[in-house]
Design a protein around this ligand. Structure first.
Ligand SMILES: *[C@@H]1O[C@H](CO)[C@@H](O)[C@H](O)[C@H]1NC(C)=O
Ligand SMILES: *[C@@H]1O[C@H](CO)[C@@H](O)[C@H](O)[C@H]1NC(C)=O
Ligand SMILES: *[C@@H]1O[C@H](CO)[C@@H](O)[C@H](O)[C@H]1NC(C)=O
Ligand SMILES: *[C@@H]1O[C@H](CO)[C@@H](O)[C@H](O)[C@H]1NC(C)=O
Ligand SMILES: *[C@@H]1O[C@H](CO)[C@@H](O)[C@H](O)[C@H]1NC(C)=O
Ligand SMILES: *[C@@H]1O[C@H](CO)[C@@H](O)[C@H](O)[C@H]1NC(C)=O
Ligand SMILES: *[C@@H]1O[C@H](CO)[C@@H](O)[C@H](O)[C@H]1NC(C)=O
Ligand SMILES: *[C@@H]1O[C@H](CO)[C@@H](O)[C@H](O)[C@H]1NC(C)=O
Ligand SMILES: *[C@@H]1O[C@H](CO)[C@@H](O)[C@H](O)[C@H]1NC(C)=O
Ligand SMILES: *[C@@H]1O[C@H](CO)[C@@H](O)[C@H](O)[C@H]1NC(C)=O
Ligand SMILES: *[C@@H]1O[C@H](CO)[C@@H](O)[C@H](O)[C@H]1NC(C)=O
Ligand SMILES: *[C@@H]1O[C@H](CO)[C@@H](O)[C@H](O)[C@H]1NC(C)=O
Length: 494
């Protein structure tokens, strides 16, 4: 008991430091204050845009409709901003929100690294945002959202039946200050990662173990947390040039702040996973809030990117059996990590960039000395800021020289259907290492060809902008109505 309590008091301050005092400063567009409304003029014409985006822009039906409609109306040239914010009725066969995509692809965003982080509006999001929680705040079910309410009710009932004793952690604070839990939680009955890094729930719970490593030997499981970052084009261009895919753990609030950047990730063939709506400590939320944090992020990704993720990573690793149950009920695999670069920590807790380089060097040394002869690490690094992204780019050649393979998590697990949609497939591990790295079912099966054929600045974002219109075509389908899964869930649990 005493030993356990000591472990808790050791761990909890660590967890707080992760977040507190500017610790893990997750990138967000609005730093709490009022939203700055700034809209970028889109000066170039559709024709110029087509030249820029190249690669089939206008070849598909949606592209043609957009082009024709915008050119005919002249609205894009006259006042693209207005056209984006007040789209008229959608052309036949096109989802209501879809048609303003091209207007919402500011040229600066695409080409100029100094303005890629300039705010823009995106009409597909504007059209639906009233059905979502406030961004960068703890999510809850939105008033009158009957679909979410019904789904939650079934999940809550089966959760209460299966795991009646798992308490909400802390005293209502979602930032890692655990209040009295700090002294009262002394035995790890809930497999609470933050308490003792538990990742394997008791088999009686019926819950799957978290993914912490990949089964393939000498293989680096590659993922980035906290995106999409408005400034990620340099990183994504680099990944495209290397024909390297990764798993992107996206924060819902960032996805809706920077939808074009999020769309690029999917269209570049990266695996998209959920990193919650507001990036807070999940075990501190009520069942309903925790559900909403996952549900609305998943739903926003579906509406904006056209795919429904089946994986998530708890911010700060903060997960317990209650949260795992809710995630599993949403068909999401819980993925944590085995190695932390600490890139997110630089500038806090006396962590320096030299420490991070040393961490990477250590992992690479381990890649060569037999540590990973039977499995591979899942390494935590971030799409957080210029430093975290550039550090990865700089160290990538060393990683490549130290490991046999660097692959997204889905690939390492042969997860060929990473989304609820069954018309998007990913390569198996064997296919990926054999050179088939592209995703079937996305619109940009080989985006490296377009981004490498042009300047290094941000041509990839142009690819994103071009494919975003096409992706919009797949946004029509709403979240699948949830069926009888709870019966199945209870069956597996009991
Ligand atoms: C919710 O529905 C009620 C009754 O149908 C209605 O009065 C209320 O305005 C709705 N609230 C919102 C936020 O839509
Ligand atoms: C969900 O379950 C919790 C108990 O775990 C309960 O307090 C809460 O009222 C339930 N919510 C709904 C909407 O049923
Ligand atoms: C989970 O997956 C099952 C099987 O594919 C599906 O029937 C169910 O609708 C999914 N549940 C959710 C919440 O997406
Ligand atoms: C950082 O280093 C200073 C000086 O060595 C030390 O006083 C302080 O406690 C350290 N802070 C942390 C968070 O380790
Ligand atoms: C391999 O390298 C890592 C990192 O330097 C080290 O921690 C580990 O002890 C080494 N293992 C062996 C078997 O040499
Ligand atoms: C992305 O990175 C830039 C540059 O490092 C940073 O200023 C910004 O706050 C980051 N976050 C987001 C959400 O774009
Ligand atoms: C970081 O910033 C430098 C200087 O602006 C830029 O050249 C570089 O491409 C950026 N790296 C990333 C990964 O964004
Ligand atoms: C993935 O497929 C390969 C064969 O192609 C197999 O060797 C490996 O065990 C599979 N991995 C998993 C996690 O199923
Ligand atoms: C993608 O589709 C092509 C043609 O249908 C097929 O040859 C290839 O194996 C598929 N790749 C994956 C990863 O499914
Ligand atoms: C993808 O593009 C790269 C760079 O242009 C090219 O080398 C590669 O052969 C392409 N792959 C496929 C499958 O088309
Ligand atoms: C690259 O972009 C420049 C300027 O945007 C353009 O003039 C050039 O034709 C493009 N090159 C290719 C290969 O697309
Ligand atoms: C997948 O199927 C959905 C309909 O179920 C469709 O809207 C979407 O466009 C398809 N996506 C791809 C990439 O074919």
């Amino acid at each position: 008991m005493i030993a356990a309590a000591a472990a808790l008091s050791l761990l909890l301050p660590l967890a707080s430091a992760h977040m507190g005092c500017g610790g893990h400063e997750i990138g967000r567009r609005n730093h709490g204050g009022s939203r700055v409304l700034e809209h970028r003029q889109v000066a170039n014409s559709v024709v110029a845009r087509e030249r820029e985006y190249g690669r089939g822009w206008g070849d598909d039906i949606l592209g043609n409709m957009l082009e024709t409609d915008l050119r005919d109306s002249g609205r894009c040239n006259a006042s693209p901003e207005r056209a984006c914010r007040n789209p008229n009725a959608a052309p036949p066969g096109v989802a209501a929100g879809a048609r303003a995509v091209s207007c919402a692809s500011p040229t600066g965003l695409v080409h100029d690294p100094t303005s890629e982080c300039t705010y823009y509006t995106y009409s597909p999001w504007d059209a639906i945002k009233s059905s979502y929680p406030t961004i960068w705040a703890a999510a809850d079910i939105v008033a009158n959202d009957t679909e979410a309410t019904a789904l939650f009710a079934t999940i809550n009932a089966s959760l209460n039946a299966a795991l009646p004793d798992v308490a909400v952690k802390g005293n209502g604070d979602h930032t890692g200050n655990w209040g009295t839990t700090d002294t009262t939680y002394t035995t790890d009955t809930d497999c609470w990662w933050t308490y003792a890094k538990c990742t394997t729930p008791a088999s009686s719970t019926g819950l799957a173990a978290d993914i912490t490593t990949v089964p393939e030997p000498e293989t680096w499981g590659l993922g980035f947390d906290d995106g999409p970052n408005c400034s990620h084009n340099a990183l994504y261009n680099f990944l495209s040039e290397q024909d390297q895919k990764a798993t992107m753990f996206f924060i819902g609030s960032n996805v809706v702040d920077w939808p074009v950047q999020a769309i690029r990730a999917k269209d570049d063939g990266h695996e998209i996973c959920v990193h919650t709506w507001s990036h807070e400590y999940m075990t501190s939320f009520s069942n309903q809030q925790a559900f909403a944090e996952l549900y609305y992020t998943r739903k926003a990704i579906k509406e904006l990117l056209g795919v429904t993720p089946k994986c998530w990573r708890p911010p700060f690793g903060d997960v317990d059996n209650r949260i795992r149950f809710i995630a599993a009920a949403l068909n999401m695999t819980t993925i944590v990590w085995s190695e932390d670069t600490d890139d997110w920590k630089v500038g806090t807790d006396n962590v320096t960039s030299a420490d991070v380089s040393a961490n990477y060097a250590d992992f690479c040394a381990a890649g060569k000395n037999g540590t990973y002869s039977t499995f591979g690490p899942v390494v935590l690094n971030h799409e957080l800021n210029n430093y975290t992204m550039q550090e990865f780019i700089d160290v990538y050649p060393t990683i490549k020289a130290s490991f046999k393979y660097i692959v997204p998590i889905a690939t390492a697990l042969n997860t060929t259907y990473p989304y609820e949609e069954t018309n998007v497939t990913y390569p198996t591990f064997a296919q990926y290492i054999g050179g088939t790295t592209e995703t079937n079912g996305t619109t940009a099966s080989n985006s490296s060809s377009s981004s490498t054929s042009n300047s290094s600045t941000a041509s990839g974002a142009a690819a994103a902008a071009s494919t975003s219109a096409k992706s919009a075509a797949s946004q029509v389908a709403a979240l699948p109505v949830m069926g009888m899964f709870v019966a199945g869930l209870v069956a597996t649990l009991l």
